[in-house]
Write a protein that binds this ligand. Sequence first.
Ligand SMILES: [Cu+2]
Length: 248
Amino acid sequence: MKIFRVVTIIASIILALISIVWTDSSVVATGKVVITGDGTLSGIVRFPDDYPEREKITTTKDQATCGAFKYSETFVVSEDNHGLKNVVVTVEGAKGKITNTQTAFKIEQVKCQYIPHVQTMPVGSKLEIFNNDGLLHNVHAYFDNLDPKSTVFNKAQPKFLKKITQTLDKVGMYYFKCDVHDHMSAFVSVVDHPFNAVTNETGEFSIENLPAGTYNVKAWHEALGTLEKTVTIEAGKTAEANFDILPN
Ligand SMILES: [Cu+2]
């Protein structure tokens, strides 16, 4: 009986050591074991030919703060390479826990505009919503779509209420609209793994620490919907995934 117990303990120690080596684990500050790889996926989301102009939206109230018009943030396209900003790129099914120890994320309301327009954050994160304007906004958050039934919270934010804090606890896309200023919108992709990115000013993205494997990669845009692609990641290498937006 005693020998059996000793053997069991030794076996479990060996198994634990093997799993540490095999999974290329690293221990983050929180003490969580994070499984990662060393492959990278980079690419660009772009219009190969014609691309939409940035729309000018005339404001209807609070012009002293908001200005007479706002540029729409739906299609922000680089003149140089036709890359599209604010596309959420996700590698599905890659194994890895979130290493991000950031505890709070923020959206600011500045001159009647949500900043940033698109971001991702780990599920369960706190989102701090700031009112930097000296006027009333009304933060209306929806989950997955803009159906009134999909409302998650709906809060008036008068000028004296500088900060509202909300926990985003569902994996998926949160839509934000201001019920006072029609043109104001923002999107937060709430995720349960670290393999996500938002395209930059030139439509580019890079996702690191990917384990080798073949994955489905999704590119989501607020007006265009989702494009998908199968990509194979090799250990220590950078794979490329470019998404071309074709007229349909
Ligand atoms: Cu507003």
